[in-house]
Ligand binder design. Sequence first.
Ligand SMILES: Nc1ncnc2c1ncn2[C@@H]1O[C@H](COP(=O)(O)OP(=O)(O)OP(=O)(O)O)[C@@H](O)[C@H]1O
Ligand SMILES: [Mg+2]
Length: 213
Amino acid sequence: MQTILVANPKGGSGKTTLATNVAGWLAGKRQKVVLEDRDPQRSSADWLARRPPLFPAIAGVPAGVSRKDVKALDPQWLVVDSPAGLAGEALRDAIRAADVMLVPITPSAFDTVATHRFLTQIAEYKAIKDGALAVGLVGMRIDARTHSAADLDVFMEASGFPVVAHLRVTQVYIHAARDGASIFDLPRSRAEQDWEQWRPLTRWIARQAPVKA
Ligand SMILES: Nc1ncnc2c1ncn2[C@@H]1O[C@H](COP(=O)(O)OP(=O)(O)OP(=O)(O)O)[C@@H](O)[C@H]1O
Ligand SMILES: [Mg+2]
């Protein structure tokens, strides 16, 4: 089982959007996926509850589920959606259990300052220092025409972590979230541009942790 942790303690940075879409992408690749919602707000658990039964299956487990119970489901992938404010022992434990970590960041000074603090902190963790845990940054809600998007790029490039994707701001994510869908469940006519933007991200994940058929 490969574990993908989606984390950024800054609220609203895009964790649930990223986690649900990563889970949807893997499920669409016929991978056996478990989505663990560590957030008491239960946004990804609610998304799963809205997911139409005919879509590629994703199993859900609540926060605090034991490793043993997750393993009993025998998934190929565990995607962990973490809560805002994740810190201390909970962060340490989540990082220890992860094989890949994605950090979503939104273009705003509030987000970059908070994320900078977070990245500086986790850079000291042994697994990250040693390169045992790959950490990839994902720009979220990007409007490429704006100064703030350019500022975010400068920030991400300077962070020392790889920038694995830029995802545009679009109602496609909002509507998909409402419908229990990922962008990978949508017809090509609606989501082709977004699939394109996900390509470097899915390739990067597959390089860190092979997607076995
Ligand atoms: N690319 C995007 N385009 C448009 N809206 C987006 C995009 N990404 C995220 N959003 C919206 O931004 C809001 C915050 O995203 P999300 O809920 O994924 O963040 P979060 O980090 O999980 O928040 P929290 O810290 O509260 O758990 C949501 O309303 C989501 O639908
Ligand atoms: Mg969330």
